[in-house]
Design a protein around this ligand. Structure first.
Ligand SMILES: Nc1nc2c(c(=O)[nH]1)N[C@H]1C(S)=C(S)[C@@H](COP(=O)(O)O)O[C@H]1N2
Ligand SMILES: [Mo]
Length: 256
């Protein structure tokens, strides 16, 4: 009995302490380094716990031909208006070449034929856009790990940046861009897609190549890729958040 009373007293004291902190101390505490350290530790703990439950190598669900959407809509840019892109498109991207540089041993330039000569992967997956629509499409492309094997990332490389052809401002500035980490870069379903539903990738869906990083939301699936760079940190790039929509406030890690 005595033991229970003690316990009740203890709980009451604990609650009182908590609400006092909530009512009076919170602002002051959140400014202290101690409190924000505790908060960020909690955040990274739950992130790690999440990754223990579902490994970064886990596969996105793949579907059958019967599940495919009758057509795959276009969202965001449907035809980059830059003169450079228009000229490349006119010539079916024969003069297009993908530069892969940054923190790599062997910076490389690959044209479309060279990319298509590498081993390919085909996958039927569901695309989920935060604007509230989904579509199931069949993608064929070169696994990014095949390209990484050619350029040999240096140990300090932490992210892969994708620079796109489409300006997001009317004055031609602010090109769309995205980034993923090395776990996603080496994921077997991460491909540089050049076919959609067994056809040459249409311009509206990102020709000549677009990223498919399955298990991530639509805005990570960069279209119209012109350049890839391996980097250590993106603080100095555009808005510093690792992607066009991230700079506007979206989450950088948009995966499950
Ligand atoms: N370069 C570029 N990539 C982009 C976008 C864009 O506007 N430009 N939009 C993103 C968004 S929000 C989505 S949902 C998908 C749309 O891909 P889709 O046009 O093939 O449907 O591409 C993503 N990648
Ligand atoms: Mo989207």
């Amino acid at each position: 009995m005595a033991h229970q009373t003690d316990r009740r007293k203890f709980l009451r004291r604990l609650l009182a302490g908590t609400s006092a902190m909530v009512l009076t101390g919170c602002d002051k505490l959140s400014n202290s380094e101690w409190f924000s350290n505790v908060l960020s530790t909690g955040e990274s703990l739950s992130k790690n716990a999440h990754h223990l439950l579902r490994s970064r190598k886990a596969m996105a669900q793949e579907f059958s031909e019967a599940d495919m959407s009758p057509s795959f809509r276009s969202n965001g840019t449907s035809f980059p208006y830059s003169a450079e892109y228009q000229a490349l498109a006119k010539d079916s991207f024969k003069d297009w070449a993908l530069e892969i540089s940054g923190l790599v041993e062997k910076p490389t330039k690959l044209n479309l034929a060279q990319i298509q000569a590498l081993p390919s992967r085909t996958q039927i997956t569901r695309h989920d856009c935060v604007e509230g629509w989904s579509a199931i499409g069949k993608w064929t492309g070169t696994p990014l790990h095949e390209v990484l094997a050619l350029v040999k990332p240096l140990p300090q490389a932490r992210y892969v940046m994708f620079y796109c052809a489409d300006p997001m401002e009317d004055d031609g500035t602010n090109l769309y861009y995205e980034s993923i980490d090395m776990d996603d870069a080496y994921h077997v379903q991460t491909i540089l897609a050049y076919k959609l539903n067994d056809e040459t990738l249409p311009i509206k869906n990102g020709a000549p190549i677009r990223l498919r990083v399955e298990r991530q939301l639509g805005y990570k699936q960069a279209k119209y890729i012109m350049k890839i760079a391996l980097i250590e940190k993106f603080d100095d790039i555009a808005g510093g958040k690792g992607g066009y929509w991230e700079d506007e406030g979206y989450e950088w890690y948009a995966g499950v």
